[in-house]
Design a protein around this ligand. Structure first.
Ligand code: F6R
Length: 266
C-alpha cells in the first residue's frame, strides 16, 4: 500500500484527480470505478474543473459505481444515481449510457448483483476504483464481517451506517436498509485502487485498514492484499497511523526513483 498524507481535504481531492487524469490521458477507453458519499465530492468538483478548462475529456470513459440503495428509483433525491448525475455526470462530456450503477429497482433484487458483475466483465474490468471508507471501515456497502471473497450482491446495512447516512434523509423519510454493492472480491479485481479519507472521524477506520490485521471485521483491511492501492488522507484522518514518518520517507525515496528512471503513477 502506498500512503499519501496531505495537509487538507482539498489536497486529497487534487492528488486523486491527478491520478484519474493520468489514467484518462494514457488509456484510450478507461473504466473508472466511482463512489458516492461526502468524501469524493471535492474530487468530482476538481474533475469538472479539469474538464471545463479543457484538460480532460470523459467522452471515452466508462464508469461503474460501487453501490445503490434497494428501493430508491433513479429520480429519488437520495438515490446514488441521482447523486452521481448531480455531482458529476451532468457536468461532463461523458456518455450517460456508459455510466453504471447497480440496479436497486429490480423486481427480483437478487438478480442485480450477477448482472452488474457481467457488465463489469464485458467492459474489461475496472482500471481505477475510487473508494471512501465508512467510520466502521466498510468499503462500498461491505459492512464488517462481509466475506472477503464476496461479489456484487444485496447487503443489509448496519445501524451505524444507517445512522451515519441519516443526515442525507429528511426526518420521517424512508431510508433503505438494503443496498446492492460490489463485493470485496469484485473491488479487489480493480487494477488500481485509491482510497480517500478525510476528517478525524475516519482516523480509527484508516488506522485499522492500513495497520491492523486483515479481517472481515475491518473490510477495508482486505486492501492490504491488493498490489496497487494508494491511500490518500488528510492529517486528521491520518492522526492514528503509527508509521506516518515512514510513509513520508517512502514517498520521498519514490520521487527520487521516478526522477531518475521515470515512472508510471497509475
Ligand atoms: C458510497 C460508499 C461508502 C462511502 C463511505 C464513506 O458509495 O461506497 O462506502 O464511501 O460510507 O462515506 P462518506 O464519504 O460520506 O464519509
Amino acid at each position: 500500500m502506498e500512503i499519501i498524507i496531505t495537509d487538507s481535504p482539498k489536497l486529497v481531492a487534487e492528488r486523486s484527480a491527478n491520478l484519474i487524469q493520468n489514467l484518462i490521458n494514457k488509456n484510450p477507453y478507461p473504466v473508472l470505478g466511482l463512489a458516492t458519499g461526502s468524501t469524493p465530492v471535492a474530487l468530482y468538483e476538481k474533475l469538472i474543473d479539469l474538464y471545463k478548462n479543457n484538460f480532460l475529456s470523459f467522452k471515452n470513459v466508462t464508469t461503474f459505481n460501487l453501490d445503490e440503495y434497494v428501493g430508491l428509483d433513479p429520480e429519488h433525491l437520495q438515490s446514488y444515481r441521482y447523486f452521481m448525475n448531480e455531482k458529476l455526470f451532468n457536468h461532463l462530456d461523458i456518455n450517460i449510457e456508459n455510466t453504471h450503477l447497480p440496479d436497486g429497482m429490480k423486481e427480483n433484487p437478487l438478480e442485480s448483483g450477477p448482472e452488474y458483475e457481467s457488465l463489469i466483465k464485458k467492459a474489461g474490468g475496472i482500471d481505477l476504483q475510487v473508494l471512501g471508507i465508512g467510520a466502521n471501515s466498510h468499503i462500498g456497502f461491505n459492512e464488517p464481517t462481509s466475506s472477503l471473497g464476496s461479489r456484487t450482491r444485496i447487503k443489509t446495512l448496519t445501524q451505524k451506517t444507517m445512522k451515519d447516512n441519516s443526515r442525507f434523509f429528511k426526518k420521517d423519510e424512508f431510508q433503505p436498509h438494503l443496498a446492492v454493492t460490489m463485493g470485496i472480491s469484485t473491488i479487489m479485481e480493480s487494477r488500481k485502487i485509491i482510497l480517500l479519507a478525510t476528517g478525524k472521524n475516519k482516523a480509527d477506520a484508516v488506522k485499522n485498514a492500513v495497520e491492523g490485521p486483515v479481517t472481515s471485521v475491518c473490510p477495508a483491511s482486505a486492501l492490504q492484499w491488493h498490489p496497487n492501492t494508494t491511500v490518500i488522507v488528510d492529517f486528521d484522518a491520518a492522526e492514528k497511523l503509527e508509521y506516518k514518518d515512514y510513509y513520508k520517507f517512502v514517498l520521498l525515496e519514490q520521487d527520487k526513483l521516478i526522477q531518475r528512471f521515470g515512472g508510471n503513477q497509475v
